[in-house]
Design a protein. Structure first.
Length: 459
């Protein structure tokens, strides 16, 4: 590693070692000491120049963890701001149920996803986040639990007794053999009784995707063009096409309030006195292992595997992340940006301000410029390919169309992004090795590691 002293000697500049002068190469100490004041002034100027161009000290692990926590706090706070804007748009739509107001609420939902998706890199390594995440971003969901569905959806499922329970239409439900009073749509009913009811993950009653379903309705287009198309009259109590408009409105309001509360809770956990930040700096914690576990697991098992490769193997639009709104391309893209944010130590807030500090890249670069360059190049390539996917979704065809069987061009764009995510993960492994961290097991996926098993599990 190059030191300030080495750099100064190469540049033939004087440098201070301890409290004594060390002459530049080729200059004797006597020459320095007997020079006039001009010599001392020149030496002082050189010291100032060195201070400007050379770091006084390398980034520490604590510095990097501080940046990491600051980014988390900012991104969750931004998510709260956008969720409140979503609530305002929903309230406006309910007050005046017009197509324009419904479109505005949908736009607000898409905007709310931008900062949140950049926080997903905090999962996996941070148990506090991973235990909480299901309350806001569980997917896929059996939407028949919440509201009416098309006949093609089916009326029953061998694996889920609540597959078509339709809490909006039914004031009484049976959950785990117990009769439940659902006459009022409350936070307790949704969060404590229906969320993952019967211990089934597909029973998603709260979070972004429950709101998404209520705003868009089912996407019945398969791998053809078009997203969900719920009519605004579903929220118009004077022209209630889907019946139960009062309960649908109540559900939408309650689930949005819950989203805000859950996001506020997590933002608080990353503040200086928050539980998540304290856990990161706990004596027994290995903050770099926590950080890399999130980077590698989101890249590989979660994104490349569960969110992308599985849907491609099955050519199934039901496996896309934002399946009602056709917003999957944005969710994938901002997950990638979140990974970059953590490795590079910067985050652009929704108000344009930037959070920036010591980064994982700084630590890796101090050990090996080559490895840091490799990671950065891999990040850049992933960004490039995911940007191509995003552009295609916005100009040619939606993500669920790209998944379609026989769509060679669309499939290839998704596969290219998957390959970049996998390659990126390998570079994270190299960074872990060069930092001499203990071995880290990144989240895996049968879709990548054992495709036959993944396909059998979906039959």
């Amino acid at each position: 590693m190059t030191t300030d002293r080495d750099a100064a000697l190469r540049l033939s500049l004087p440098v201070v070692v301890g409290s004594e002068w060390m002459p530049a190469k080729g200059v004797t100490a006597m020459q320095v000491s007997r020079g006039s004041n001009r010599g001392w002034i020149a030496g002082a100027a050189a010291i100032v120049w060195l201070a400007l161009v050379l770091p006084l000290s390398a980034a520490t692990v604590k510095d990097v963890a501080d940046t990491y926590a600051n980014i988390a706090q900012a991104a969750y706070e931004d998510s709260v701001v956008r969720a409140k804007a979503l609530k305002n748009a929903i309230d406006s739509m309910i007050a005046a149920p017009t197509p324009d107001n419904l479109a505005a609420a949908r736009t607000a939902w898409i905007a709310a996803r931008v900062p949140y998706m950049q926080t997903e890199v905090y999962r996996f390594g941070n148990k506090i986040v991973d235990d909480w995440e299901g309350r806001v971003n569980s997917w896929p969901l059996d939407e028949g639990l919440i509201d009416y569905v098309d006949k093609s959806y089916g009326a029953a499922s061998d694996s889920n007794p609540l597959f078509a329970a339709n809490v909006i239409a039914n004031r009484s439900l049976t959950v785990a053999g117990r009769k439940v009073d659902a006459s009022k749509i409350t936070k307790e009913l949704l969060a404590d009784t229906l969320q993952e009811a019967e211990r089934i993950e597909a029973n998603v009653a709260i979070g972004y995707h429950a709101i998404e379903f209520l705003l868009w309705g089912q996407d019945l287009n398969g791998t053809g063009p078009g997203a969900g198309n719920r009519p605004v009259t579903d929220f118009d109590q004077k022209k209630c096409a889907g019946r139960n408009c009062d309960r649908r409105i109540a559900y939408l309001r309650v689930v949005t309030d819950l989203l805000i509360e859950d996001l506020e809770e997590m933002a608080g956990k990353w503040r200086p006195d928050g539980e998540a930040r304290k856990a990161l700096f706990a004596p027994e914690a290995d903050s770099l292992t926590i950080i890399f576990t999130g980077l590698g697991s989101l890249s590989y098992g979660e994104m490349a595997g569960e969110r992308m490769k599985l849907g491609l193997l099955l050519n199934d639009p039901e496996e896309e992340h934002d399946c009602f709104s056709d917003n999957t391309h944005n969710s994938h893209y901002y997950d990638v940006i979140g990974i970059e944010n953590v490795y590079l130590g910067r985050y652009k807030r929704i108000d344009g301000k930037e959070i920036k500090g010591a980064s994982v890249s700084d630590l890796v670069r101090a050990k090996s410029t080559e490895i840091d360059d490799r990671v950065r190049q891999a990040l850049s390539e992933t960004n490039k390919r995911m940007t191509s996917l995003k552009t295609r979704a916005e100009t040619i065809e939606a993500y669920d169309q790209m998944l379609g069987e026989g769509n060679k061009a669309g499939n290839a764009v998704i596969e290219a992004a998957i390959e970049a995510l996998v390659a990126q993960t390998k570079e994270f492994e190299r960074a872990v090795a060069v930092l001499e961290l203990r071995a880290i097991t990144f989240e895996g996926s049968d879709s990548l590691d054992n495709p036959t098993k993944a396909l059998e599990g979906k039959k």
